[in-house]
Design a protein around this ligand. Structure first.
Ligand SMILES: [Zn+2]
Length: 345
């Protein structure tokens, strides 16, 4: 028996997010038709966000005195977060991650790419945290957990020994390869690119040449601007070099990085980027949803794609006066509550 669902509203369709009053016909989780309907309710329908870089485990370290330099806070093995994680019980860890996932679901996020500490048990803890929820984590394991998730997440080429072997092993077993690179300087970017990663995280201090290399080799970049500012590795529009990244044609995804000091909310990340870097609404929304290609998904609302979108009712707030729903979503989404998620995990 086929499962049919009809969702109607102002739909942000396709790659250009053209707003069309329509009925979306969903059959067994796949968008089968988008039919024009001038009578559709004024509900906004937006493609689901994908948070392209998180560390959900450090939910348990939320807003501890996190004002030191990056190395003191999050660099393995002795950074503050690693000490707090080591002290947490498995139960605390799982319920912390689950609470963050539930928070993301309430904000239109249907999946995330997480760097998961703690080896195989760490990967298993995140799977447990997401169990039964319409949420898909792409897990990048570390510290022995590399083959237990979808990929391997390298903290930085400068922090890890035996890198050649780890990467080779991950590749041999069909795993994705992700690197933090260029977070505090440009020194660990070339060495990361040597491994032809599936995704680079940060590139905050990447040069034009390094970015061009990412474009030429089709390597997407997950930028995390709020985290960069919070950790003091960025303080101007030049870091991360968003404008240059766009000029060169980089594929960009948005991530929020460590839950311990940045909320995993993509609305907030978009609003920040729009204010600081003046990035346009279409580009920001593309970056906010694009990371789901890591799972082989089509992130857009179009026929044939997996149905992965959320609704938002502007009628219950001042948003009903918006002359431009897409712009309002980017600039004012922080305060609004998401209506219904149509997520097909
Ligand atoms: Zn990170």
């Amino acid at each position: 028996m086929k499962k049919l669902e009809l969702v109607s509203g102002l739909v942000l369709t396709g790659e250009d997010f053209e707003i069309l009053p329509s009925d979306i016909v969903v059959e067994d989780g796949i968008i089968r038709a988008i039919e024009a309907n001038p009578q559709a309710p004024r509900t906004w329908i937006c493609p689901a966000f994908f948070n392209a870089h998180t560390h959900l485990g450090d939910t348990v370290a939320m807003d501890c005195a996190a004002d030191g330099p990056l190395t003191d806070l999050v660099t393995p093995p002795d950074g503050l977060k690693h000490r707090l994680l080591a002290e947490a019980t498995q139960n605390e860890l799982v319920s912390g991650m689950r609470a963050s996932i539930e928070g993301m679901l309430a904000r239109g996020i249907s999946g995330c790419a997480d760097f998961r500490e703690g080896g195989p048990a760490g990967v298993a803890a995140l799977r447990e945290a997401a169990e039964g929820l319409p949420f898909r984590p792409v897990i990048f394991g570390r510290e022995g957990g590399e083959l237990y998730g979808e990929g391997i997440g390298i903290s930085s080429t400068r922090d890890v020994a035996d890198l050649d072997q780890l990467i080779e092993n991950a590749r041999k077993n069909g795993r994705l390869v992700a690197f933090h690179a260029g977070e505090r300087d440009l020194e660990d970017i070339d060495s990361a690119l040597q491994y032809d990663p599936d995704i680079i995280i940060h590139a905050t201090h990447a040069t034009r040449e390094q970015l061009r290399e990412c474009v030429d080799r089709n390597i997407p970049i997950a930028i995390c601007p709020r985290s960069n500012w919070r950790l003091g590795v960025a303080g101007s529009v030049h870091h991360p070099p968003l404008k240059l990244m766009q000029e060169l044609g980089c594929t960009l995804f948005l991530g929020t990085d460590n839950v311990m000091f940045v909320s995993p909310d993509i609305f907030s990340e978009m609003a920040f980027c729009h204010t600081i870097y003046k990035t346009g609404p279409e580009d920001l929304l593309r970056a906010a949803i694009g990371g789901s290609v890591l799972m082989g998904d089509d992130p857009y609302i179009r026929i044939g794609a997996r149905a992965n979108f959320f609704t938002l009712d502007p009628g219950s707030s001042a948003l009903r006066f918006s002359r431009n729903p897409l712009r309002s979503l980017i600039q004012r989404g922080e305060g609004v509550s998401v209506g219904k998620n149509v997520f097909n995990a």
